[in-house]
Write a protein that binds this ligand. Structure first.
Ligand code: SF4
Length: 454
């Protein structure tokens, strides 16, 4: 090893929940004496947190291992995450991997590493993996070392819904929740590290439940943390949003007015085949209620294009709903057969060309809707939590309703909450100017951030 402290790189593929877990693993490795280095730089240890949502999982994983071993041929490679769970038998035959840790033991990965001085490549990987995953509620150690202004806070894992296209219930198991006191403890530590916003993260967080108390109760308790200024819900299933949550969002000073609610399809026959638990009408009513109860709410969704059986008529239904509902953006995903899921066995698959064309149509619509949403805010003062400075000198950050705002400023705005008046829209940004700073808004800076995930 070239430095006195062993170096560790953590690299995340996939979702925000993986990022939250990587952040916790990074915190543990730092406490164990590792120097955290960016992915792509020479290292003694690579921890790769994988995803199995798309069919590129194996390719992405193989690429990350190869890239690391090219500049650090002796690096010890540990692979965990959803692909370590669902693709373990493939991974154990990939060259260069020294340790594979399935979902059940994911957060124990640091315990399975050799002592830093004994980090040596192995002829074959050691494997910690179980077929089934426990259902117990959980505690998590430490506080995420996440390298971003907004800190993900994992509160839930697993899913019981069994949507027919989704591998997550197999990769992460049945639903379970984090003990509330432990989530509060981490949130307090994240605030002590300088974070002002936490993003509540899980697979199906609307199903959070601890001792008969649900998500709203947890949010209420988090709101009591001094110095925590924003709480954001990452993504929430439409069937798990009670009116009470919308009312709470409307009256809360900390819970962001933002809902990302996966729709997936705007056609009832496709929703049924997907094993989603709502009709288009149910969804439309929910969104109408959200708009009515929560002024200025930012609304995002996921759309899955090319599910088997999605013909022109079904796609047209999705397009119509996507146009008519007041979304500020969508994430558009292309259906890919995931072995082991019910949808993989369906016969009437959609051609790649049709999937590509439909994806393009929806992506363009999403862009137009985002611009329209931003334009509606011109002239308004908004509160922005600034994150980074772009190469063109524009500082960017997010409002509570997930509007991305840019301003030019000579000051370092990282992790600053400032009021901005939006004056226009440029590319994918709302742009504006800072309102004069008030003393109350100047806050301590984030502790130096380690960039450990990308
Ligand atoms: S709700 Fe459906 S899509 Fe979401 S994780 Fe559960 S099974 Fe997958």
């Amino acid at each position: 090893m070239s430095t006195s402290r062993p170096r560790a790189t953590l690299h995340t593929l996939g979702c925000r929940l993986n990022q939250a877990e990587t952040a916790l693993l990074a915190d543990r490795l730092r406490r164990d004496g590792y120097e955290l280095v960016e992915f792509g730089r020479p290292t003694d240890l690579l921890v790769l947190n994988t995803c199995s949502i798309t069919e590129n999982a194996e390719k992405d994983c193989r690429y990350a291992v190869r890239r690391t071993l090219r500049h650090s041929p002796h690096a010890f490679v540990a692979v965990t995450g959803c692909y370590a769970q669902t693709g373990m038998s493939i991974l154990r035959n990939l060259p260069g991997i020294d340790l594979i840790v399935g979902t059940q033991f994911k957060m124990l990965l640091p315990d399975y590493l050799p002592a830093p001085a004994a980090l040596k490549k192995r002829p074959a990987p050691q494997v910690f993996h179980t077929k089934t995953i426990g259902r117990e509620d959980f505690l998590l150690p430490g506080a995420g070392e996440c390298g971003t202004v907004r800190a993900p806070l994992k509160i839930q894992d697993g899913c019981n819904f069994m949507c027919s296209f989704c591998l997550i219930p197999f990769a992460r198991g049945r639903e379970r929740s984090r003990q509330a006191d432990d989530a509060l403890r981490e949130a307090k530590e994240l605030v002590a590290k300088g974070h002002r916003e936490v993003v509540l993260t899980g697979v199906n967080i609307g199903r959070y439940e601890q001792g008969g108390r649900g998500l709203i109760d947890l949010i209420r308790r988090l709101e009591g943390i001094a110095g925590l200024e924003r709480i954001r819900i990452s993504s929430i299933e439409p069937t798990t949003i009670p009116d009470e949550l919308l009312d709470y969002m409307a009256s809360s000073s900390k819970l962001c007015r933002y809902l990302h609610v996966p729709l997936q399809s705007g056609d009832d026959s496709i929703l049924k085949a997907m094993n989603r638990r709502y009709t288009v009408l149910d969804y439309v009513r929910l969104i109408e209620k959200a708009v009515k109860l929560v002024p200025d709410v930012g609304l995002g969704t996921d759309l899955l294009v090319g599910f088997p059986g999605e013909g022109e008529k079904e796609f047209a239904n999705t397009l119509r709903v996507a146009e008519e509902l007041p979304f500020s953006y969508f994430h558009v995903f292309s259906f890919s057969k995931r072995p082991g899921t019910a949808a993989a066995r369906l016969v009437n698959q959609v051609s790649p060309a049709a999937i590509k064309a439909r994806t393009r149509i929806l992506s363009e619509l999403s862009r137009a809707k985002r611009l329209a949403f931003y334009q509606r805010q011109i002239g308004r003062p908004v509160e922005v939590l600034f994150e980074t400075k772009q190469d063109d000198g524009l500082w960017t950050g997010l409002t509570r309703n997930f509007t991305k705002v840019g301003v030019f400023s000579d000051a370092d705005l990282t992790n600053r909450l400032r009021n901005v008046v939006i004056t226009g829209v440029m590319d994918s940004l709302a742009v504006g100017h800072l309102e004069p700073s008030t003393g109350a808004l100047s806050q301590p800076r984030l502790r130096e951030l380690h960039v450990v995930a990308s």
